[in-house]
Design a binder for this molecule. Structure first.
Ligand code: DC
Length: 223
């Protein structure tokens, strides 16, 4: 199986790039952030403080997560319920960042991610795919963009969906999540030594997808 790891900070465009590149190549796109978001949503549903390690960890044995694909789109099921929309709510982002700092949560999600990669030609996006989940992935890309450009894109995206948003608050949240994600002790966000760095600050989505496919083809040949 061919595995492509795309890691990078929040809002760098990983999911759009991974989804479009996977479609072009006939690969499955696996959004691993959705798994952390689902654990965050499970904790919020219980009314837990998502930074409360004991409470979050105590809940893990009661959680069953499954990934399904409908028309090529990933859906995530939490104890049988499709939570694909719930996990996109703004409060799910910080909840995901909080629970993702817990080694128990990371260990809980590891096998599910590895098994998906074992059974599919796929592109996985996340923070630690190239460093921890799939250190032997044939292709590793570290996709980044400036915090300001990422806040800008997120602002437009939320506005289009009709959400009331404040640019400065978004920028602050992005910086805070970057800090959390790269300073946690467990599997922090960092570029794998053998990853190709792709900065999308000054290029648009189609150009980023094109460069991504080019990197993949250079590594594994024409697909
Ligand atoms: O990519 P995203 O915004 O959906 O991710 C939500 C949070 O989950 C993010 O703050 C970091 C965390 N995450 C992680 O720690 N490891 C991954 N492989 C994917 C996401």
């Amino acid at each position: 199986m061919i595995n492509v790891a795309i890691d990078g900070p929040s809002g760098a465009g990983k999911s759009s790039v991974a989804r479009l590149a996977a479609k072009e190549l006939g690969f499955v796109y696996i959004d691993t952030g959705a798994l952390y978001r689902s654990v965050g949503v499970a904790a919020l549903k219980k009314g837990y403080d998502t930074t409360d390690r004991e409470k979050v960890v105590s809940m893990l044995p009661e959680i069953r997560l499954e990934l399904g694909f409908i028309d090529g789109i990933q859906h995530v099921y939490l104890n049988g319920d499709d939570v694909s929309e719930d996990i996109r709510r703004p409060e799910a982002s910080m909840a995901a960042s909080n629970v993702s700092a817990l080694p128990e949560v990371r260990a809980f999600l590891l096998d599910l991610q590895k098994n998906m990669a074992k059974t599919h030609d796929c592109i996985l996006d996340g923070r630690d795919i190239g460093t921890v989940v799939l250190p032997d992935a044939q292709v590793k890309i570290f996709l980044t963009a400036s915090a300001e450009e990422r806040a800008n894109r997120r602002y437009k995206e939320l506005k289009e969906k009709g959400h009331e948003v404040d640019y400065d608050a978004l920028l602050e949240e992005i910086k805070l999540r970057d800090y959390n994600d790269s300073h946690r002790a467990a599997a922090p966000l960092r570029q794998a030594e053998d990853a190709v760095l792709l900065d999308s600050s000054d290029i648009d989505l189609p150009q980023t997808v094109e460069k991504t496919i080019q990197i993949i083809r250079e590594k594994v040949g024409n697909l």
